[in-house]
Design a protein around this ligand. Structure first.
Ligand SMILES: Nc1ncnc2c1ncn2[C@@H]1O[C@H](COP(=O)(O)OP(=O)(O)OP(=O)(O)O)[C@@H](O)[C@H]1O
Length: 277
């Protein structure tokens, strides 16, 4: 028995002649933040799509809590506890933050569609409970002051956090974030870091694809680096930062030294632990 929440074992997919992901194996434990990095076209989004059921692997096995979920449909995987956000924001503009986050609860409500139409006492009671739950979460994510505002009126960084809140309200076991820091300024990305760590502290695992190395290096416990669809390195942020194959994959052998990503400082919680491929 492994203690992994999510486990990929030799997972791969081909698109025609192209092996977009091949022999990919890694795990995410409960309450761990794992980064999936790699240069453009490395196969990160494809790996996400394999995990969330958008693509069916042509080889390998994917397990959630020891249960084989390979080839499950996306809605079934979501019900099992794997939620994702997308590279582009997908919110309901013209609706409040509260309503947007409430929408994330649709998998949890017990009511039938006709109860919603009739406005039965059961439905009204449930609605009140759910709204209270959403407000509580918004307070935890420092979004309570904008709960009743139209999401369209919010700055981009806050919209990103509303998306996170919408995914979190459904109590995922694993949250998959696809480039959550894209387009954020430094202040917004620092707020995002705090949110990701708060999510982790609730025992929710996070799998993060992110180009912003400040985010990746500061919030992850473990990083998997892929190139041409295959894993080339795995380990702590420190291990990955200094890994020759990772540096080569990002920069190419002959690239100018000036392009090297400046090392970023690491908080204490990342200082411990070690090792990797
Ligand atoms: N549906 C598809 N059909 C054919 N080829 C695809 C498909 N999806 C992805 N690919 C190819 O698979 C490879 C991996 O793409 P993918 O989008 O997963 O990379 P990525 O690491 O997410 O890149 P980026 O960082 O640029 O988003 C690329 O060569 C891409 O062109």
């Amino acid at each position: 028995m492994s203690d992994a929440l999510l486990r990929l074992d030799g997972v791969g997919i081909r698109f025609g002649g192209l092996q977009a992901v091949g022999d990919l194996s890694f795990s995410v434990r409960q309450g761990q933040v794992v980064g999936l990095i790699g240069p453009n076209g490395a196969g990160k989004t494809t790996a996400f799509n394999l995990i969330t059921g958008v693509y069916r692997p042509s080889e390998g096995r994917i397990e959630l809590d020891g249960r084989d979920i390979t080839g499950w449909a996306p809605h079934r995987i979501a019900r099992a506890g794997i939620f994702r956000t997308f590279q582009t924001i997908r919110l309901f503009y013209g609706q409040t933050v509260l309503v947007n986050v409430l929408a994330g609860l649709h998998l949890q409500t017990r009511q039938h569609w006709w109860q919603g139409l009739l406005g039965t006492p059961f439905q009204r009671r449930e609605e009140v409970e759910l709204r209270a739950k959403v407000r509580e979460l918004l307070a935890r994510l420092e979004l309570d002051t904008v709960a009743d505002e139209d999401v369209a009126s919010l700055p981009y960084g806050l919209q990103r956090r509303v998306e996170l809140a919408r995914a979190l309200i459904a109590k995922p076991r694993l949250l998959i974030l696809d480039e959550p820091a894209a387009g954020l300024n430094d202040q917004e990305s620092a707020a995002l870091n705090r949110t990701i760590l708060a999510v982790r502290d609730q025992g929710i695992s996070v799998l993060l694809v992110e180009h912003d190395m400040n985010v990746v290096m500061n919030v992850t416990d473990n990083i998997v680096c892929i190139n041409f669809g295959r894993k080339i390195a795995e380990g702590t942020p420190e291990h990955i930062r200094n890994h020759p194959q990772v540096i080569e994959a990002y920069l190419g052998k002959d690239d100018d030294e000036d392009d090297v990503q400046a090392p970023v400082s690491r908080p204490a919680h990342l200082a411990a632990g070690g090792g990797g491929a």
